[in-house]
Write a protein that binds this ligand. Structure first.
Ligand SMILES: Cc1ncc(COP(=O)(O)O)c(C=O)c1O
Length: 377
């Protein structure tokens, strides 16, 4: 039965099914037209129903960022997963268990120490653990430097190991979040592609086969025009987008209405031009947003219930359960009485979505169903 948004308890997370479908269809089309496999990152939503929409018409390959996600998506029938952080050693036995039960959970390494640890686990279980070599293409968070001789030697040792299956090389262009426009993100995507294609070429010339070349953040994947040399892309945020992605040109603001937080006005303080919402950091996260593009952006974009941005409001500060809004248009106090609702496009939808255990699904502007997410690690 569908419900009017005004009747919902807040704060709650809304997923607009129509906008979500559009965002997913666009990335699905991009992957297909550029000839790469789409392996969406599900950390953004942690929700099986959304993963099914993202992988429709594709293989059911997914990227995960926690073992809880790996477990839950494997149980839902997704049996080709990549755990896209350098593997914490305590996760290796569980990854081996999943493999033994038929889920190919590929792991990442960027050190010889990890290689030895994985080899020991593969040998002890008589399994060949699928492993990617993580490469740094300029983000400088993790990964080997593709220009160093040691990186080639690590790839050679990985490929030669009888206890490991060398899946290929994998990178994440997180530096695309420092861009200010789609043009800049395009240069990041081209750099990422060229670094990875060159490294794959170098390995192949040295006799190391490289089955997969895995790339792509959301800004890079929205901007890319040619992924030659890459075999798959792993964007995740594009399902929801958010205020950050809109500010740097990955999407239009209306695409970011796929995920919003519904909140209630709980305080009016006209003497200090402020109003209060019941959505704080545990509903929105404290991600500061794209301040390099829009310094006073605040903690998200405030919209009315149909999803139209409200001018004259800025979500200036958050405490755990309170959101303090700076009101520059005093007529808004009358238009937004105590008890009225607003929708907030968060700065970072992945972090905001992780604050909730389920999403209210919006169809044609009404609440129509609920999708659960998996929490934990
Ligand atoms: C290794 C890795 N791959 C893919 C992604 C997905 O990128 P995005 O969040 O830009 O969609 C992330 C996100 O942090 C990541 O860390």
């Amino acid at each position: 039965m569908s419900e009017h948004l005004a009747e919902l308890r807040t704060p709650c997370a809304l997923v607009d099914w129509g906008v979500l479908e559009k965002n997913c269809a666009r990335m699905s089309g991009r992957a297909r037209s550029l000839g790469v496999v789409l392996r969406p990152h599900v950390k953004t939503h942690k929700c099986v129903e959304i993963a099914r929409i993202q992988t429709r018409g594709h293989s059911s390959a997914l990227t995960v960022s926690t073992m809880a996600e790996a477990r839950a998506f494997a149980a839902a029938g997704f049996n080709d997963l990549t755990y896209a952080v350098p593997v914490p050693f305590h996760a290796i036995p569980e990854a081996a268990d999943l493999l033994a039960r038929g889920t190919r959970l590929s792991l990442l390494l960027d050190s010889e120490v990890a290689l030895r640890e994985l080899e020991a686990a593969g040998s002890a279980r008589n399994l060949r653990l699928p492993v990617f070599l993580k490469v740094d293409c300029g983000y400088h968070r993790a990964g080997v430097d593709p220009g160093r001789e040691e990186s080639l030697e690590l790839a050679r040792a990985l490929a030669a190991s009888p206890h490991l299956e060398f899946r290929g090389i994998l990178t994440h262009s997180g530096q695309a979040y420092r861009c200010a426009s789609a043009e800049e993100a395009l240069s990041v995507a081209e750099h990422e592609r060229d670094v990875m294609a060159a490294f794959a070429g170098k390995l192949r010339s040295a006799g190391v086969p490289v089955p997969e070349v895995s790339v792509g953040s959301t800004p890079a994947c929205c901007a890319a025009r040619d992924w030659s040399g890459a075999t798959e892309i792993r964007p995740g945020n594009y399902a929801f987008f958010d205020a950050f992605q809109a500010a740097i040109g990955s999407c239009a603001l209306e695409d970011a209405l796929a995920f919003t937080v519904l909140a209630t006005v709980i305080g009016h303080y006209p003497e200090r031009k402020a109003l209060l919402l019941d959505a704080g950091a545990l509903a929105l996260s404290k991600d500061p947003g794209a301040t390099h593009v829009d310094a006073p952006c605040g903690f998200g974009v405030l919209c009315d219930v149909p999803g139209r941005p409200i001018r004259g409001l800025r979500l200036g500060s958050l405490s755990q359960e309170h959101g303090q809004v700076v009101v520059s248009d005093p007529t808004l106090f009358a238009r937004m009485p105590l008890g009225s609702k607003v929708r907030i496009i968060p700065n970072h939808s992945c972090l905001a979505a992780a604050c909730f255990g389920s999403y209210v699904v919006l169809k044609d502007g009404r609440a129509d169903g609920k999708w659960d997410t998996m929490g934990g690690r």
